[in-house]
Ligand binder design. Structure first.
Ligand code: BGC
Length: 768
């Protein structure tokens, strides 16, 4: 039976396209001599805000531009260096004096209510506070890390988990999240890969927009909506050599084509704040970058929200070497377009004298305040400042059965099956002895991932728990640690080997601890730590069938017994429902369906590694080592597991590809049809991916670019036809003049299961 699959293509590609067309005019503006002196588009006038601004003192205005961490409520959960820590009493006094616009990193409806009451009832103008936190992938209920969830290739899933996170957050006294992180990450040495949607701009843009929609809901004034902050603006993912906080030196084309589109997609989805990044971009720190903040963000994109600095990023302009002292740093950051200073206190200290001296015009100060107050108004804070401070909601709307079920679904759909020789998986729930070996088997400290501050550990399910609950006879599971994460465990390997010998199958749970990825966790060798590798070698030597369960926050270069295991399952950091979801997949209740949002290189030295690289003038031919070609002496150019790759329990066959025409006219659309067949005995879930390559263009083009995908479910034996439409907008790119253009000529197109496979066809785009 042939079924025509009528799923719509994931996400509105046109958002990215139309956005990028406007990017270009911005670039041209700059090239024609636009500068920081140009006035940013101010947020629209508003009677309430105008009247407040008229009554505010300079100090009160600057207070609205100053954000501090609430170290008291955050306790030891804070994720940042403890600088400018304020005692509870001092914070209250600052709020009362109108010197703080909001606080971050504290939760609790009642405690937020108490602080809000000071602002609203005891400060001179009664301007409400904004309560923020890093809610990256869940608050109390933790969803998979964003990198893992991107592997679902389902932006709707990300929207739903962001929505659930917003519900829990707004029930807990929060109205502003420093998320989503939308940095495209092409170098797996960088630890913050875990926080974003991976290496691809198209997938990243769809997830950026989806997460904003999820956090902000249908209306910002709804009691369960929270302000989103796409970050880190911009190009943080391109730090040199994957070094955290490092310099970014990239071409304007790469900036426009790869790093800016996810931000534009997030703003088009309605995000009203953004965070200026720590890094410099081509010599100018992002926090003092008039081009990014003024020319592009406000000038070209007409952004109406406000920019908050990353944590003390304004002060760091001194260490960057562009500011002489804190006063200079304040001037540079503020005039470049950073409205709000996070944690340094620099604006409070230095803006008054800068304004008094005329170095910062009062008009600019008022514009900045208007933007911040405009967003507060958009959130409904002036109408109901206590909307997110409802103790009943905090009791009833957190970790509800529906949210927990969503955490399980998201975790299931984030698991990538990388290898499954001889159909070792799925396992039976009875009739075999299983040894669960490795530091992550019974571990509860590394379920959530590097960027969770408030996760509820009591409700979390670890791997051993999840497996035991699924097994008919829980006693058939033996759990042995075998090794520490980076340190050996005395007698550990011997105990592990003994357990493996007693078992019919081994599950080896190894990888990175959650503090090995995330902020400030760059690695030079993206490998399984040596002690765990040694454990893997010893266990593999028993000859028992081994399933490797990887836990990690970035792509890894797998070696030896780990790489050669019969089955490999990528489980990332899956959050609250880790154990349940892994058991669901291992025992076949759920067919693994996620794909890699980052390529796994063969060797760490290949980084930065990404599928959509350029060809070079002497491209190497895979499998044919030749001298004088672009290749390494000892390592293949290809990935071990490329972007888009992942298996299911039922083999899929791509049978044929057909185009409705090989000549695409300028204003027409091309239909690409493929037939796929489920050649197995179980239901299959396939992510059908469409890639293109522009064969001849005025600038070099990537060897492949993702332009569409569809999630397809096929019953056993079912054949389906999947179709995609391509128009010339899908074929556009940023040219040498930073214009987004489409050029006529021949294009390759592939439809397949990953970025290095698929059926091929070609067509010509004709200009009428
Ligand atoms: C991080 C941001 C985060 C901020 C506040 C910084 O160190 O780079 O992503 O939002 O801290 O916690």
């Amino acid at each position: 039976m042939i079924r025509s699959v009528s799923l719509r293509r994931q996400g509105p590609m046109f958002i990215v396209k139309s956005a990028t067309r406007r990017f270009c005019s911005a670039s041209l503006l700059l090239m024609a001599g636009a500068s920081a002196a140009q006035t940013p588009t101010p947020a629209a006038p508003d009677p309430l805000i105008d009247s407040l601004i008229t009554r505010m003192s300079v100090e009160e205005k600057i207070g609205q531009l100053t954000l501090f961490s609430d170290f008291i409520r955050a306790g030891d959960k804070t994720a940042n260096p403890r600088v400018r820590e304020m005692a509870a009493q001092t914070l209250r006094e600052q709020i009362r004096a109108g010197r703080v616009t909001g606080v971050f990193q504290g939760i609790g409806a009642q405690s937020a209510h108490d602080l809000q009451q000071i602002a609203v009832e005891q400060s001179r103008l009664g301007i409400p506070l904004l309560f923020a936190a890093d809610v990256i992938h869940g608050l109390r209920t933790v969803f998979p890390i964003p990198l893992a969830e991107a592997g679902s290739f389902d932006p709707d899933l990300a929207q739903r988990t962001a929505r659930a996170a917003a519900v829990e957050s707004t029930a807990s006294g929060l109205q502003w999240t420093f998320a989503p992180m939308v940095d495209v990450a092409r170098d797996q040495r960088w630890g913050r890969v875990s926080e974003g949607a991976g290496e691809d701009v198209y997938l990243g843009s769809l997830f950026a927009a989806a997460r904003v929609r999820g956090f902000q809901g249908s209306s910002l004034t709804a009691r369960d909506s929270m302000l989103a902050t796409p970050k880190h603006y911009a190009a943080y993912g391109a730090v040199s050599a994957g070094m955290e906080y490092g310099a970014v030196d990239i071409s304007p084309q790469t900036l426009w084509e790869t790093h800016l589109p996810p931000f534009k997609a997030a703003f088009d989805a309605g995000a009203l704040s953004t965070m200026s990044a720590f890094n410099e971009v081509n010599g100018v720190p992002a926090t003092a970058n008039p081009y990014l903040l003024d020319t592009v963000l406000r000038g070209a994109w007409h952004f109406q929200g406000f920019v908050v600095s990353d944590y003390t990023a304004d002060e760091e302009l001194i260490a960057h070497g562009v500011a002489a002292d804190p006063r200079d740093a304040t001037r540079l950051a503020f005039l470049a377009g950073v409205e709000m200073s996070m944690q340094s206190g620099l604006y409070l200290q230095h803006l008054p004298s800068l304004v008094a001296a005329g170095e910062v015009p009062m008009r600019r100060l008022d514009e900045a305040v208007r933007r911040v107050l405009g967003v507060k108004k958009a959130l409904g804070l002036f109408t109901n400042p206590y909307a997110v401070m409802d103790a009943r909601r905090e009791r009833e709307e957190v970790a509800t059965p529906a949210i927990v079920a969503l955490a399980r679904e998201a975790a299931q759909r984030s698991i990538v099956l990388l290898k499954n020789d001889d159909q070792l998986l799925p396992l039976r729930k009875s009739g075999q002895r299983i040894a669960l070996i490795g530091p992550f088997g019974a571990d509860r400290k590394n379920l959530f991932g590097p960027w969770t501050i408030f996760g509820d550990e009591s409700g979390a399910v670890d791997l051993a728990q999840g497996l035991k609950a699924a097994l008919r006879d829980p006693a058939s599971l033996t759990v042995v640690r075998g090794s520490g994460i980076e340190q050996p465990l005395s007698g550990g390997v011997a105990a592990a080997v003994a357990a493996a010998k007693q078992a019919d199958v081994v599950l080896l749970a190894i990888g990175e601890s959650q503090d090995m990825s995330g902020e400030a966790q760059s690695r030079t060798q993206i490998v399984i730590p040596d002690v765990q590798q040694a454990l893997a070698e010893a266990v593999a030597a028993t000859g028992k069938p081994m399933v490797v369960l990887l836990r990690n926050g970035r792509a890894l270069a797998l070696r030896g017994a780990v790489r050669d295991a019969r089955a490999i399952v990528e489980t990332w950091f899956l959050g609250s429902q880790t154990g349940t979801a892994i058991a669901d997949v291992l025992f076949g209740d759920i067919n693994p369906s996620a794909r890699l949002a980052v390529s796994f290189p063969v060797d760490s030295g290949q980084e930065p590694f990404f599928y959509n690289h350029k060809s070079t003038g002497r491209p190497a031919i895979a499998g044919q080592p030749q001298p004088f070609k672009a290749r390494y002496r000892s390592t293949a150019n290809e990935a071990l597991y490329p972007f888009g790759f992942g298996l299911g329990y039922s083999p899929l066959r791509y049978e044929s590809i057909a185009l409705n025409t090989s000549a695409l006219r300028w204003n027409d659309s091309l239909t690409v049809r493929v037939r796929i067949a489920n050649a197995g005995q179980r239901e299959a879930s396939e992510i059908v991916q469409l890639y293109i390559h522009d064969k001849v263009a005025s600038v070099t083009r990537p060897v492949r670019e993702l332009k569409g995908f569809k999630i397809c479910r096929l019953r056993a034996g079912e054949v389906a036809e999947v179709s995609f439409a391509l128009t010339r907008a899908d074929l556009s790119f940023v040219d040498a003049g930073l214009q987004r253009v489409t050029e006529p000529g021949w294009f390759d197109v592939w439809v397949g299961p990953s970025s290095n496979a698929g059926l091929h066809a070609a067509f010509e785009l004709l200009k009428d």
